[in-house]
Design a protein around this ligand. Sequence first.
Ligand code: SF4
Ligand code: SF4
Length: 694
Amino acid sequence: MESIQSAAQVTSWLVTGRVLFLLIHILGVLCFACIVAKRLVPLVRGQRDLRFDQPLVRLGRVLKFWLGQWKQPRYKVAGTIHIFIFTGFIVLAIRAFSVLIVGVSQNFVMPGLSGRTGEIYNTITDYAATVVFLCMAIAVIRRLVFKPARYAVPTRFGKAHTADAIFLLSLIAILMVADSLFAAAKAAAQSQQGQPLEVLAVFSLPWILQGVFASTALPTLGRLYFGAYLLHEVTFYFLLCYRPFGIQFHVETSLFNIYFAKLDREILKPVRWGVSDEHLDQVKSFGVKTFEDFTWKHMLDFYSCADCGRCSDNCPANAVGRPLSPRFITTKARDYAFQHYPVVGSSNNGTPLIGGIYSADEIWSCTTCGACEEECPLLVEYIDKIVDLRRGMIDDGNVPQSLQKPLKALESRGNPYGKMEKKKADWTKAKEFQQTCDVRVLNGNDGADTLYFVDSITAYDDRMQSIGRATAKILNHVGENFGILGAAERDSGHEVRRFGEETLFMALRDHNVEAIKASGVKRIVTADPHAFNALKHDYKDVPPVEHISQVIAREVKAGKIKFNPIKKADNVYTYHDPCYLGRHNKIYDDPRDVLDAIPGLKRVEMSRSRDRSFCCGGGGLMLFYEPKEDERMGVKRVRMAAEAGANVIVTACPFCMVNIEDAIKVAGMEGKMTAIDLAELVDQQIAHESQKVA
Ligand code: SF4
Ligand code: SF4
């Protein structure tokens, strides 16, 4: 181009553009490398985390969740904006690289992007720059004017990062304008000189700017061209080096965070990676007490959070005003890392997290429902961190008062109620039930195929015993050769483990595994999703386990279970997904299929259902813990059912049943709303051979 000098050729203050831009490149890259190296220091000091297995599976997840932006559309407006920005960035990445090289080598063309391909690529980048610019403007307006509630930062959780977010969005917008101005000035000069034009995409930002500068004098266009290039370079490197100081660091770390994300979310992390249960007594300190007790991957999570607030938006603890909002578990830890591992200066570590950045109540408030993890587009993990923080508190003897008694009872009696082991099978002794269904206590020599694992709440709670009896009757109806462990069954330990009491959990698990093995069964069935999750994911070497809803769905399909029509025609049913059946084990359809197979049953969906189900508040020993909250989770859930037009809530978990029935009373909806377990409903509706099936 003769009309205006290329950026590399321009000489000002005796320095050629080539030298100037080479210096900027070297300085920018060096600065970025030093900052990132400092940011990696805590990760090097963090605990082990084994995330290097199954590279192909992990790459597949990168394609799905990072490149494919899989979770973004769950939030339509913000998700669409993010997909546009992300796609724009990917498209512009190659262009940004070639523009950087042009500063030191004016004729550089990216291999493969000359001729017609180059023209097509340039057209796409023109539009990409325009879209990213517009998205930045929309994002700034959203944050400043519309202020979605999930971006707000309550004072108890720290300071809002709005100014930082807007500054960064503006920098990206400036980068897009500089890039477009650079292309527009060049095209305007070519046009004035009658040279072959680099065609700019119609209605794109460069195209509009070319129109604006069409009649600008050539020398001015030259200065504009050089100035736009310089602005692009400086903004690019400033952005690169500034991002690791705030939420935009996720641009660099998210790909790695997704690659190293947990492959099986249901399996809780061990107390220490690489230390087997047998060697746990050699571990000096359990759980997370200081920042350095987090694993390197959990620290990477802190850097990778985009502060979008989706986790907290879906967190039931946050919704009812408990002192927990998962987003701030992350942002407070990130602020801690930035403050204690500064880029300039030496690190200052080892301060306790509880009482420092987190309160004990905040950490006990979690029900481990998994809604936060389900929602996070960057696969940030919470349950493992929260359980690790609890393990640390338990190790220090910091146990909430209300939980001390159930924990002692679990230790001495194997159940949180402190009831006698010999009473564990008393639920089978109800007179009417015994006449129709004989439940054997297995001794290992009775040739039973199936174990019905009852667990503490169903065995001991008077109301929940009805779920146990219904389950046994269903198994009996389909001809299952089954029995129970009776006094030999201890609590599954599911809640104990999530509460952070790993040693007690191990004792309960080992006892149960031995009893299950001694029973000689080939498979296990349970009606309790918590027991189901423990047996499936926390236990090893036990026969395969199924939830009763899976058994019923299969037998309905096989024609072994047929139903009588619903008698109350005005009943409208809704199904509440228990967290440990739905979100944690992806069993959404079986219970619904069963309900839909009952003739005359009218079913509606609540606004929050399936993987967005709203926790009833029962997980993580919550039945024994009284958190500070404005409203019960169960009450919120019952209101959601009423809003959906239902008057019967069906669930498939005894913990949900306790909470929902209680919530119906608290909400003053007795007589207007009832709750029933799926097994109870199926037992009521089963058409026995003597009955006529409609
Ligand atoms: S697991 Fe549930 S309760 Fe716990 S932080 Fe996540 S969303 Fe909140
Ligand atoms: S953890 Fe995930 S969902 Fe929560 S604010 Fe960060 S990026 Fe968003």
